[in-house]
Design a protein around this ligand. Structure first.
Ligand SMILES: [Ca+2]
Ligand SMILES: [Ca+2]
Ligand SMILES: [Ca+2]
Ligand SMILES: [Ca+2]
Length: 335
C-alpha cells in the first residue's frame, strides 16, 4: 500500500497502530475498479475530523493477483467494501456471474497492517444462485450484508422479475464461513412495480438498516420522470419479512437526475455525519472528470432536507469522466 498524507505524523502512526485507516472513525470514499491491465485498483480518500475530505488519496493499491476487470467489468459494479470476516477491518469482495450463470464470490481480507492481499483469500462458487448471465453477470443486483443479523456478512440480491416486481434472495453464511448451496431467504415484493428494462438490474437498490431497529431493510434512491430524487424503503418486520407496500418514501426536490443518472448508481446510504441516522450520499464525476460528493442528512423526524447538507469537490481528481462519471466504482466506507 502506498500511503500519502499531509496529516500530522502522529495521526498516521495511530492509524497504523490500530490497523484502522481512519482514526476519526468517519466514512471514507473509496474506489475499486479495473486498471489498464484488468487488475483491481483501489483508491481511498480519508475524511478529516472536521468532516471534510482529504483531496490526496490516503490509499492507492493494485491487487496484483486479480485479472479480467476489463470492458464493462472495469467499472467495479461487482466490487464491494465489506468486513467479510468480521475482524473489524473492511475487506474487498466481488460477486459476479460466471460462465454457468452461478455467482462467483472472491474476497481480499485485509491484513493487520492495513494492506489488501494481492490474491483473494476467500473463493466460492454459489451454485444455488443461477441465472447470472448476460447483463446480470456484472453483479449490480448483488450485495454483501448481514441479513439475518448473526454477525456474518451474507450474500443478497434484489432485482426485477418478469412482472416488474422485486425478487429478494439471500444466502446466509454458515458457521464455517461459506455460503449454502440453496437460498436461505426468498421473497417477492408483489406491490413493488416498474422494475423493468434497465431498472430491473437493481442499481438503485441497497440493503441497509434504515430505521436502526437491528434488521437490514431494502432501500432505494432513484429519479422519477421529472428527474427528482425518490428515496424509499421496505422496512422488515419482526419476522424478518418485507412489507407489501413502502414503509418510507420521500421525494427530494433535486432535478437533474435524468438519463443514465436516474438509475441511482451514484447514490449510497451511509451514516455520513455519524449521528446514528442513515443518510443519503452521492459521489460522481462532475465537469472534466472531477470527483464530487454530496449528502442529504436524515433529520430527527426521519426525513431528509430537500437540499444537500454537505458538498465536496475533490481538487485534482480527474478520472471520473465518460462512463466513469456515474460512479459505479465508488463507495462510502464506514471504518
Ligand atoms: Ca475484515
Ligand atoms: Ca448473516
Ligand atoms: Ca430496519
Ligand atoms: Ca446521519
Amino acid at each position: 500500500m502506498k500511503r500519502m498524507t499531509v496529516r500530522l505524523v502522529g495521526t498516521v502512526l495511530l492509524g497504523l497502530a490500530t490497523g484502522c485507516d481512519n482514526p476519526n472513525g468517519l466514512p471514507e470514499l473509496c474506489s475499486a475498479r479495473g486498471n489498464a491491465e484488468g487488475k483491481v485498483s483501489i483508491t481511498c480518500f480519508t475524511r478529516f475530523s472536521d468532516g471534510s475530505f482529504d483531496d490526496i488519496p490516503a490509499i492507492t493499491q493494485t491487487l496484483a493477483g486479480t485479472s479480467g476487470y476489463v470492458e464493462r467489468w472495469q467499472y467495479g459494479e461487482s466490487l464491494h467494501f465489506t468486513d467479510f470476516n468480521g475482524d473489524g477491518r473492511v475487506d474487498l469482495c466481488s460477486a459476479r456471474g460466471n460462465a454457468e450463470g452461478y455467482v462467483d464470490v472472491a474476497c481480499h481480507e485485509r491484513k493487520a497492517n492495513g494492506d489488501f492481499p494481492g490474491t483473494a483469500t476467500f473463493n466460492q462458487t454459489v451454485t444455488g444462485a443461477t441465472g447470472w448471465v448476460d447483463d446480470w453477470q456484472y453483479g449490480e443486483a448483488l450485495h454483501f450484508t448481514d441479513f439475518n443479523g448473526d454477525g456474518r456478512v451474507d450474500l443478497c440480491s434484489a432485482r426485477g422479475n418478469t412482472e416488474g416486481t422485486l425478487d429478494v434472495s439471500c444466502f446466509h453464511r454458515t458457521s464455517g464461513g461459506g455460503f449454502p448451496d440453496e437460498p436461505s431467504f426468498q421473497q417477492t415484493l408483489t406491490a413493488s412495480t416498474g422494475w423493468v428494462e434497465r431498472w430491473r438490474y437493481g442499481e438503485a437498490l441497497h440493503f441497509v438498516d434504515f430505521n436502526k431497529d437491528g434488521r437490514v431493510d431494502l432501500c432505494g434512491a432513484r429519479a422519477n420522470d421529472e428527474g427528482n430524487l425518490e428515496v424509499f424503503c421496505y422496512q422488515r418486520d419482526a419476522e424478518g419479512r418485507f412489507p407489501d407496500t413502502l414503509s418510507f418514501q420521500q421525494f427530494l426536490g433535486n432535478r437533474g437526475w435524468t438519463n443514465r443518472w436516474q438509475y441511482g448508481e451514484a447514490l449510497h446510504f451511509t451514516d455520513f455525519d455519524t449521528d446514528g441516522r442513515v443518510d443519503l450520499c452521492g459521489a460522481r464525476g462532475a465537469g472534466p472528470g472531477q470527483l464530487e460528493a454530496a449528502c442529504f442528512f436524515q433529520m430527527s423526524n426521519g426525513t431528509m432536507r430537500g437540499q444537500a447538507d454537505f458538498r465536496h469537490a475533490f481538487l485534482g481528481a480527474t478520472q471520473w469522466e465518460g462512463d466513469w462519471a456515474y460512479g459505479e466504482d465508488l463507495s462510502f466506507v464506514e471504518p
